[in-house]
Design a protein around this ligand. Structure first.
Ligand code: F6P
Length: 319
C-alpha cells in the first residue's frame, strides 16, 4: 500500500478534524501518501482532492466541523455515482479509502468495498446511532452542548416558573436526548425508542408543581415528537406557562470535548494500522473501552441497543 484517501461525509461532527489529523499523521509516519477528498462522496465522484501534508492538519485538533468539508451526495447512492468514484480512485492510484461519517456514509463505503476498493469506516455522528460502538465521534460534544443549553434555560425557567420543552437532534434516535436529559436533570425525556403517553408527562409536571418545583424541563428528541405539539398539549391540559426551545445546529458546532478528540485520535490512527495489516470492509468502534472492528454488512444490519435501564434511571431521579 502506497497511497490512501480520506473523506468526511454526512452531517459534520465535532472531532472529525482530530480524526483527519490522526489519519494523516499516522499514515505519513508509516511512509504513506494521503489524498484528502473534499465534500465527501460528492468530491470523490468529482475528483476534488488535495495531497495532505503534516502541516495540512496543523492547528485543527480543537476545531469543530471538518476542514475537508462534507456534503450529502444522493448521486453516490446510485451505481452510476459509485462507478464514477471508482474511476477517480483508480485514476489517482488510491489503494484504500477511509470514510469518516455515520451509517449513511458506511453504506457508501460498503458499496465501494463491493466494487473492490479496500475501505474502512470511522464512526462520526452526533446521533450516536451506530451499532457495534458505544460512542461515535461528536456525540459527547453534542451532549455537552445540549447540557450547557439546559443549564441556561433552567435559570430563566426558574425565574418565570415555566415549563420548557426543548427539542434536540438525533434524527430517528434518542441518544442525545437521553444522555443530555440525564445530565441536565430533565423532568421527562421523550425518545423514539420508548413509547410514551403525554398524560404521564402532564401528571409528572403536576406532581412537581405540588411539591414546589419552580420549573420543569421536557427534553424531546426530534424523532419522537415535535416540541411545539408537546407544548400545545401541555398548555391545553394545564394552566402552566410553557415555552419551546429548538436547539438545532448549535448542538453540532463548537470545540470538540477532550473525549471526542481522544476517541477520534485513537480511531483515526487505528484505521491506518488496520489498512496496513490488510484488513478492510470494516467499521471501527469502541466497545467497553477497547477498539474493535465489525464488517460493514453486520454493522449496517443491526439496530443499536437503546439503554432502557438508563432511561428508567433518568425517570426515577426526576420524580
Ligand atoms: O445526523 C446528524 C444530524 O445532525 C441529525 O441529528 C439531524 O437530524 C440532521 O443531521 C440534520 O441534517 P442537516 O444538517 O442536513 O439539516
Amino acid at each position: 500500500m502506497r497511497r490512501i484517501g480520506v473523506l468526511t461525509s454526512g452531517g459534520d461532527a465535532p472531532g472529525m478534524n482530530a480524526a483527519i489529523r490522526a489519519v494523516v499523521r499516522k499514515a505519513i509516519y508509516h511512509g504513506l501518501e494521503v489524498f484528502g477528498f473534499r465534500r465527501g462522496f460528492y468530491g470523490l465522484m468529482n475528483g476534488e482532492y488535495t495531497l495532505m501534508r503534516l502541516g495540512s492538519v496543523a492547528d485543527i485538533i480543537h476545531r469543530g466541523g471538518t476542514v475537508l468539508l462534507t456534503a450529502r451526495a444522493p448521486e453516490f447512492e446510485k451505481e452510476s455515482g459509485q462507478k464514477k468514484a471508482l474511476h477517480i480512485i483508480r485514476d489517482c492510484g488510491i489503494d484504500a479509502l477511509l470514510v469518516i461519517g455515520g451509517d449513511g456514509s458506511f453504506r457508501g463505503a460498503a458499496a465501494l468495498e463491493k466494487l473492490g476498493v479496500a475501505t474502512i469506516g470511522v464512526p462520526a455522528t452526533i446521533d450516536n446511532d451506530i451499532a457495534f460502538t458505544d460512542y461515535s465521534i461528536g456525540f459527547d460534544t453534542a451532549v455537552n452542548n445540549v447540557t450547557d443549553a439546559i443549564n441556561k434555560v433552567r435559570d430563566t425557567a426558574t425565574s418565570h416558573e415555566r415549563v420548557y420543552v426543548i427539542e434536540v437532534m438525533g434524527r430517528t434516535s434518542g441518544y442525545i436526548a437521553l444522555a443530555a436529559g440525564l445530565a441536565g436533570g430533565a423532568e421527562s425525556i421523550l425518545v423514539p425508542e420508548i413509547p410514551f403517553a403525554l398524560s404521564e408527562v402532564v401528571e409528572r409536571l403536576q406532581r412537581g408543581v405540588k411539591r414546589g418545583k419552580l420549573h420543569s424541563i421536557i427534553l424531546v428528541a426530534e424523532g419522537a415528537a415535535s416540541a411545539f405539539s408537546v407544548a400545545q398539549a401541555i398548555k391545553e391540559q394545564t394552566k402552566m406557562d410553557v415555552r419551546v426551545t429548538i436547539l438545532g445546529h448549535v448542538q453540532r458546532g463548537g470545540t470538540p470535548t477532550a473525549f471526542d478528540r481522544i476517541l477520534a485520535s485513537r480511531l483515526g490512527a487505528e484505521a491506518v494500522d488496520l489498512l496496513q495489516s490488510g484488513c478492510h470492509g470494516q467499521m471501527l468502534g469502541l466497545l467497553d473501552g477497547k477498539i474493535c472492528t465489525t464488517p460493514f454488512e453486520k454493522a449496517l444490519a443491526e439496530e443499536k441497543h437503546f439503554p432502557a435501564d438508563i432511561y428508567q434511571l433518568a425517570a426515577i431521579l426526576a420524580i
